[in-house]
Design a protein around this ligand. Structure first.
Ligand SMILES: NC(=O)c1ccc[n+]([C@@H]2O[C@H](COP(=O)([O-])OP(=O)(O)OC[C@H]3O[C@@H](n4cnc5c(N)ncnc54)[C@H](OP(=O)(O)O)[C@@H]3O)[C@@H](O)[C@H]2O)c1
Length: 328
């Protein structure tokens, strides 16, 4: 929400604190935050990050920039039906716009933000490949895509000699949405992290980045409630265990969620408008949950987080992957 919901002074303070405390990756998108701006188009977040980078000489070398393309409304008010999409011309136009707003030569990770089945996968991966070959994009990732399309794209990328997608970005948290529902703000059919996404990531050594890990603050902010889509029996047990673990360790429920994601090899993406929120999240990043707490947190139902991965890991004596393993 930088540049819209979060003003320049607060955003600069958050970014400064983040890097002062060792933060490296900054995630944005060309469409942030079209829904919060009177123009109906995004770009405010990238522009603000660009101004911050210019105001902090040498900062570009200290941070890594991740941005996304494809989900910018084709015209104000037209999202989600009409978006910039993932054709070759849309990719090049969007990427040029992001570089200009950010004021950077290159981007460390470029995501395709949302599916575009009107563009062929070959056209999309070729356009991305031109950017990686030119050296202006270091890595490519896929957000909100079904696992099978990512794997098909990776096969094409390999056959064309391009860098393969090596990261997935999905909505995920400790509570799981009821089957057949989508969390608020997730309009993408394949937005929530699924068993298949996680399996793909484990098998191919891809990173998983988690968006909306704190359910917009509902774990800890008494003024926010857990959205209805999380109303299901398994989550009653999850909330009980989460509350128990948080009070035993003396941290907040949100901190346990972040530490739990990290313990499962997942990179949570932080949103926040206040320094205390950022500090709490960064403290959670150094929190090591006791093995018994992890076992209890993972004991409800079968989820993308639980078996069979842990079983495979222990039976084979440890499978190494970019996902890490959850050993007890
Ligand atoms: N790929 C995609 O399609 C996609 C979609 C959505 C988001 N994302 C990425 O993921 C990032 C995070 O998403 P998100 O903002 O939805 O994440 P989130 O973790 O669900 O929510 C962040 C919000 O939680 C509240 N919060 C944070 N720490 C708190 C604390 N200690 N106590 C109480 N409340 C707290 C804050 O709300 P208040 O500011 O209201 O206090 C903050 O803005 C985004 O910035 C974006 O980069 C990607």
């Amino acid at each position: 929400m930088f540049g819209t919901g979060v003003g320049e002074r607060d955003a600069f303070a958050l970014l400064d604190r983040f890097v002062d405390r060792g933060g490296v990756w900054i995630d944005t998108a060309d469409c942030y935050s079209f829904w919060a701006d009177s123009s109906g188009l995004g770009g405010q977040s990238e522009r603000l990050i660009g101004r911050w980078l210019r105001a902090r000489p040498g900062m570009r070398d200290r941070v890594k920039i991740s941005t996304k393309l494809g989900a910018q409304p084709a015209a104000p008010g037209s999202w989600p039906e009409h978006r910039a999409g993932l054709s070759a011309s849309a990719i090049h136009k969007a990427f040029d716009g992001s570089r200009m707003r950010l004021g950077v030569e290159n981007v460390d990770l470029l995501w395709i933000h949302q599916e575009d089945r009107a563009a062929s996968l070959e056209e999309t991966v070729s356009a991305l490949g031109e950017l990686t070959v030119a050296g202006v994009v270091a890595r490519v990732g896929a957000s909100n895509h079904p696992a099978w399309r990512v794997e098909s794209a990776r096969t094409l990328q390999a056959s064309l000699g391009f860098s393969e997608f090596d990261a997935l970005q999905h909505s995920t948290s400790y509570l799981l949405p009821r089957p057949g529902t989508l969390p608020p703000g997730v309009v993408h059919r394949f937005g929530p992290l699924s068993d298949e996404h996680r399996d793909l990531a484990v098998e191919r050594g891809m990173e998983v980045w988690a968006y909306s890990p704190l359910l917009s603050g509902a774990y800890d902010n008494p003024d926010k409630s857990v959205p209805d889509v999380y109303d299901q029996p398994g989550n009653v047990a999850r909330l009980r265990i989460l509350g128990d673990v948080a009070s035993e360790i003396g941290v907040t429920r949100g901190q346990v969620v972040l530490a739990w994601l990290l313990a499962n090899g997942v990179h949570p993406i932080l949103g926040g408008s206040k320094l205390y929120q950022l500090d709490a999240a960064l403290e959670a990043a150094t929190l090591r949950l006791p093995a018994d707490a992890l076992r209890r947190l993972n004991s409800v139902d079968r989820t993308p987080w639980s078996d069979p991965y842990n079983k495979i890991t222990s039976e084979t004596g440890g499978r190494s992957s970019a996902m890490g393993t959850l050993s007890e």
